[in-house]
Design a protein around this ligand. Structure first.
Ligand code: ADP
Ligand code: S3P
Ligand code: MG
Length: 254
């Protein structure tokens, strides 16, 4: 009995995979066509119409909500694939420590096929030791100079998602560099969200032994710099990573 049911699942999977591949490849062809014809890539009314049709066809069936959830995921995949065709900029993530630049950037790059660069990770890999270690061995000024050189080099890439360290906006030259080929997305968050996250991790040299009030003050001081640098801004509080990626795609493909 179990074998029979399992072979039915296998048959379903084969159909789903074939249909999904066909759908995603068609989405990719649509993007290429839109680019060629100079048409707007993001047409929300088309997405709404598809969702409407799906909702109707699922009326009075079990699992309607589950299938709709799956469709949200398929739309995200489609958009990521399309973005690669038509978005002529790098995506640069900035924001205070703990806002999720590293996590969101990795997810966005995985999904879109863009190359992924996390400035802090590159610095650590090239130095052979951690950023905390760099602060304690050589001081913050040394770190900032390594950070600037790394940003200068990485900014030259194309079709890249670049996650910066939270302090990159302290030096205007970094922002100028990143904007040459990139659009800057500011991941905004309430101080409480950031504090909870960075306190838990305990890996950031500028945060060790700081009170909530001190961190709040640091956030306030940096906010105008993020604001000036940002082409787009997204509030990330209480949003899962997939929703933040959705919001980024929504903004950049409008
Ligand atoms: N949307 C999210 N929801 C819940 N936790 C998150 C989210 N984004 C990031 N995190 C968690 O918050 C912490 C900081 O994330 P990270 O990506 O390192 O931030 P940043 O690079 O901006 O400092 C990590 O533990 C990460 O798993
Ligand atoms: O905001 C900052 O000054 C810093 C942020 C860190 O990166 P994350 O924002 O990814 O934590 C890292 O670059 C370094 O500890 C300094
Ligand atoms: Mg990071």
């Amino acid at each position: 009995m179990l074998d029979v049911l399992r072979s039915e699942i296998d048959e379903c999977d084969a159909i789903i995979i074939e249909a999904l591949l066909r759908r995603l490849m068609t989405a990719s062809r649509i993007a290429a066509y839109k680019k060629e014809q100079n048409l707007a890539l993001y047409q929300p009314e088309r997405e709404a119409a598809i969702l409407n049709r799906i909702e109707k066809s699922l009326e009075n069936t079990p699992y309607a909500k589950h299938i709709q959830e799956l469709y949200r995921c398929i739309f995200r995949l489609s958009r990521c694939i399309q973005m690669k065709h038509v978005f002529p900029h790098n995506i640069v993530l900035v924001g205070f420590m703990g806002s999720g630049k590293t996590t969101v950037g990795q997810y966005l790059a995985d999904m879109s096929g863009y190359a992924y660069y996390d400035i802090d990770t590159i610095i650590e890999e090239e130095a052979g030791y951690s950023i905390s270690e760099m602060f304690s061995r050589h001081g913050e000024a040394f770190f900032r100079s390594v950070e600037r050189k790394t940003i200068e080099r990485v900014s030259n890439n194309d079709q890249a998602v670049i996650s910066c360290g939270g302090g990159c906006i302290l030096d205007q030259r970094n922002v100028v560099c990143l904007k040459q080929k990139g659009k800057v997305v500011w991941l905004m968050a309430e101080p409480e969200t950031l504090y909870e996250r960075i306190k838990l991790q305990g890996t950031r040299p500028l945060i060790i032994n700081r009170t909530f009030a001190e961190i709040e003050d640091m956030i306030k001081k940096r906010q105008p710099l993020y604001s000036v640098a940002a082409d787009y801004r997204i509030s990330i509080d209480r949003k899962p990573v997939s929703d933040i990626v959705d919001a980024i795609l929504d903004l950049v493909m409008r």
